[in-house]
Design a protein around this ligand. Structure first.
Ligand code: ADP
Ligand code: MG
Length: 605
């Protein structure tokens, strides 16, 4: 309750009052125009901040959406005589559609290539604005009606309109960032492979962020278009895109107030320091560099850290040693019949390297199947092929009666097959609880509107899955860490979070790649008990492990690989005494350890 009040005061009422009061402090026209410009730049930057800070993509072509919003709205109002508010909406729709097309085409590429594609789309709009003079008026400009028809809004009212819209957009994005949307984007950003392993269709989410960014760019453009009675194509240059990106970074990527701070700086500096105008690209370059070097999380991020340091609210030390406590049974909502997983003649070749070369095995529903073998024998590759990270070169994978060969990992996850990773892949920007909620992705249904407006349906769903996630954390024994950032946990705790996150998907089949690697003796015992409890709940398990005592005590069946081929299989005793197995291990450096049942090897991380 108190938190809510604080949110309304500091997030809504205070900023709205400040936006309202500005014209009384700066009553001249020049300042009002600058403030209005800051207002729509704020929206432009907020969209890009969503794209960069949350979904981890980049765009250097913001001018395209800005331009489409501006010309779309202006032309529809002048040529077709659409009322300005409708024309603005149409401009936003136009930019959004263009964003969807570019997004769908471009997001298969990433990084530098994506940056290049966006630069190209920006140039396209720039050229059209300049050269298609019949339509746009080019550098001569076009006349545009103002908002409010004949009694067009005066500069003060228009500024209020833009400023309050900026606030509304920010509040919507704030809600969005704290919903499953923000979580899913951050998950994709921090580990695409883990996100897909939990059923998140990364492309869909990336395109989604791109389209939202385009819509906000279009809105900023439409607001720009109707600010004055006339505008020219001079505005639409690469400069718009660069400034937007600079503003995101200076303000603080992924923060909520950063876009406003950034927008105020990139609009204010060249305006108020006219002498510097010719130098301002250099100036921005310098500020950008200084920000990246000195304030990696931008001005807002640095201020946040300062406030934390002053108020002394440091993250609590999380070092709690695992205790050999009683293991609770698997929560009932996770209990399942499991599904049988059948692998026939599976092969995965990497340009000549036969990492896996024609292995067959069957994991019966509800069984624990061990997969062992010396380092480099193809265990992880087998898991990667089963979970759709690698496409098998040959062979068949069958889940219950369904042929799932070649399905992508997110599709498989939505069928209830998930995994953990040999080198832990947590969503480090999220808390432990949020990691689990990301794991529950395939069960979450609430849509964009619910998230933007914090509608009761969305909140209810969130509460239900938070309760479920807490139950899982209690089962795993780390519920006291629910609100810690995943990156602050100890290695052993991170392994537990990864398993808990996989459980949040409510899997039928769970593949664990070296769950005990890097754990101390007590932690290994806890882990063994935990896996046993998961198995007793009926989930089909494939366990890759070097810790032989654990494997032998847990598994119903064991398959042994060497050089990508199966060399033995059977119940633990049979496998343990199989001469081929002993031979395979004796060949390696780990020799006697297997026979003595000791920790053999901590795989390279
Ligand atoms: P294990 O998990 O049993 O230690 P892996 O499955 O990780 O072994 O690796 C099996 C073999 O395949 C190794 O020789 C490894 O170098 C090779 N390998 C694995 N992944 C790739 C890849 N993406 N590209 C090329 N070679 C790979
Ligand atoms: Mg491995």
């Amino acid at each position: 309750m108190k938190k809510r009040l604080l949110f309304w005061l500091s997030g809504v009422i205070l900023p709205a009052a400040l936006i309202y009061a500005m014209p009384f402090f700066f009553p001249n026209r020049f300042f009002l125009d600058v403030l209005t410009q800051v207002g729509y730049t704020w929206i432009l930057v907020a969209g890009l901040n969503l794209l960069v800070g949350f979904s981890g993509q980049i765009s250097l072509g913001q001018v395209a959406f800005f331009g489409l919003g501006a010309y779309g709205s202006a032309l529809l109002a002048t040529r077709l005589g659409l009322p300005v508010p409708l024309a603005m909406i149409a401009g936003v729709v136009l930019a959004t559609l263009f964003g969807a097309v570019v997004g769908l085409l471009a997001l298969r590429v990433r990084g530098l290539y994506l940056a290049m594609v966006t630069i190209a789309t920006g140039s396209l709009i720039e050229i059209l604005a300049n050269r298609w003079i019949d339509l746009t008026g080019g550098p001569m400009g076009i006349n545009v009606p103002g908002l409010g028809g004949a009694n067009r809004l005066g500069p003060v009212e228009y500024y209020w309109f833009v400023g309050l819209l900026g606030l509304l957009v920010t509040l919507g994005l704030y809600n969005l960032s704290r919903s499953r949307f923000g979580r899913t984007w951050l998950a994709v950003k921090s580990s695409e492979v883990a996100a897909r392993g939990l059923g998140i269709d990364h492309l869909k989410w990336k395109v989604g962020a791109f389209v939202l960014n385009a819509a906000l760019g279009g809105l900023a453009g439409a607001l720009f278009a109707h600010q004055n009675a006339r505008f020219t194509s001079d505005t639409f240059t690469y400069d718009v895109s660069v400034r937007a990106l600079v503003a995101v970074i200076i303000g603080g990527t992924g923060t909520m107030t950063g876009p406003l701070v950034g927008a105020a700086l990139v609009v204010g500096l060249p305006t108020f320091f006219r002498e510097l105008y010719d130098w301002y690209l250099l100036l921005f370059g310098g500020i950008l560099l200084a920000t990246l070097l000195l304030l990696p999380d931008g001005i807002v991020g640095a201020l946040g850290r300062l406030i934390k340091a002053i108020t002394g609210r440091k993250a609590k030390a999380t070092a709690t040693t695992a205790q050999a406590t009683e293991q609770a049974p698997l929560p009932t909502f996770l209990c399942t019949q499991g599904s049988t997983l059948t692998i026939e003649g599976l092969a995965v070749h990497f340009q000549g390297v036969k990492a896996v070369d024609g292995i067959s095995l069957q994991i019966k529903a509800g069984e624990v199947h061990g997969l062992i073998g010396p380092n480099g024998s193809g265990k992880s590759t087998t898991i990667n092929a089963i979970t759709g990270i690698y496409r098998p070169t040959a062979g068949r994978i069958q889940l219950a009666d369904q042929d799932v060969t070649g399905l992508s990992s997110d599709k498989l996850a939505r069928l209830g097959v998930t995994r953990t990773f040999q080198n832990i892949q947590l969503f480090t920007d999220l808390t432990v609880l949020e990691n689990l909620l990301a794991g529950a992705h395939r069960h979450l249904r609430s849509g964009l509107t619910g998230a933007l407006l914090h509608l009761p349906g969305a909140l209810k769903e969130e509460a239900a899955f938070t309760a479920e996630a807490m139950t899982i954390l209690r089962f795993v024994g780390i519920d006291h860490l629910a609100h810690e950032q995943a990156k602050n946990l100890s290695y052993g705790q991170q392994r537990l979070v990864e398993i808990a996150r996989a459980l949040a998907l409510r899997p039928n089949v769970l593949l664990l790649d070296e769950p005990a690697a890097g754990l101390n003796h007590v932690e290994v015992e806890r882990m063994t008990a935990l896996i046993r409890a998961i198995a007793q709940g009926g989930i089909t398990l494939l366990v890759v492990e070097h810790h032989m005592e654990m494997v032998m005590s847990l598994c119903d069946q064991i398959t042994v690989l060497n050089f990508g081929a199966k060399i033995a299989e059977g119940v633990p005793e049979t496998v343990q005494n199989d001469p081929a197995v002993v031979e395979a291990y004796l060949g390696g450096a780990e020799m006697g350890a297997l026979l003595q049942g000791e920790v053999m090897h901590h795989a390279a991380r």
